[in-house]
Design a protein around this ligand. Structure first.
Ligand code: ADP
Ligand code: MG
Length: 240
């Protein structure tokens, strides 16, 4: 589904990604972790073309992301992305947040978009909040709306960039529970997170990055086992 081959990226003279390779099969859940500044956000943003890269190749469902002929907005519409800070439209109601992209980008009718949006809103347990504005919801609720909004676009894969790190501790689980449900239903996911409980429950693969390099790319059992690199072990010792 997602194939990242020998990707390198520079910001000016600063090399932010060095020869990164990994592949994500349909239905895989890949957790990306590593210290702050190690390139995790940059790596997942290259997957949907939000960040260009200078070397290597990325294909998503057979479409080459780096090919100038690729229609990136069309590709992005098929890959759901959920960020740390929710990024809902503050001046629109929850229902309007759910339907806008479906109508503008996918050309769906308002009726169809509303039916689909409310289906996912119900799924994240927030149907009763549809007429509110984002600012009237808690952080955990806003993040669940952001997930429902991404799902309303019928994505072929979902990218999450630290979806729970801006949340108060008591709200983290309500968001992780939605993500676990998605994983169990077979959604293809790349998730930047330090929630190792989530990783233990649903990850197939764990990528550990340091200084722009994929230091570890292994199964969950290998990662949490004893054979890790010093850097991964130090990192795990700090966060668990
Ligand atoms: P992470 O998500 O692992 O914390 P990032 O991918 O956000 O790391 O950033 C990796 C490195 O690239 C950091 O050193 C960061 O300062 C740098 N960086 C990120 N975005 C830019 C940018 N737009 N211009 C220059 N440097 C950047
Ligand atoms: Mg980041």
């Amino acid at each position: 589904m997602i194939d990242i081959k020998n990707v390198s990226k520079w910001y000016g003279n600063f090399q932010v990604l060095t020869d990164c390779s990994t592949s994500v099969k349909k239905g895989d859940v890949v957790v990306v972790c590593g210290p702050s500044g190690s390139g995790k956000s940059t790596l997942i943003k290259t997957v949907n073309g939000l960040e260009p890269f200078q070397k290597g190749e990325i294909t998503v469902d057979g479409i080459s992301v780096g090919d100038p002929k690729t229609n990136l907005s069309k590709l992005r519409a098929r890959i759901g992305m959920v960020f740390q800070n929710f990024e809902l439209f503050p001046h629109l109601t929850i229902r309007q947040n759910l339907t806008l992209g479906q109508i503008k980008v996918l050309g769906r009718s308002e009726e169809e978009a509303t039916a689909k949006g409310l289906k996912y809103l119900e799924r994240v347990g927030l149907l009763s909040q549809q007429d509110k504005f984002p600012g009237q919801l808690s952080g955990g609720q806003q993040q669940r709306v952001a997930i429902a909004r991404a799902l309303s676009m019928d994505p072929i894969a979902m990218l999450f960039d630290e979806p729970t790190s801006a949340l108060d501790p008591e709200m983290i689980n309500e968001v992780l529970d939605v993500m676990v449900g998605l994983a169990q239903e077979g959604m293809t996911m790349m998730v930047v997170t330090h929630e190792m409980g989530f990783a233990r429950r649903v990850a197939n693969h764990i990528i550990f990055m340091d200084k722009g390099i994929i230091v570890e790319n292994c199964t969950k059992d290998e990662f949490f086992g004893t054979t890790r690199s010093d850097r991964a072990r130090d990192f795990l010792a700090k966060i668990i």
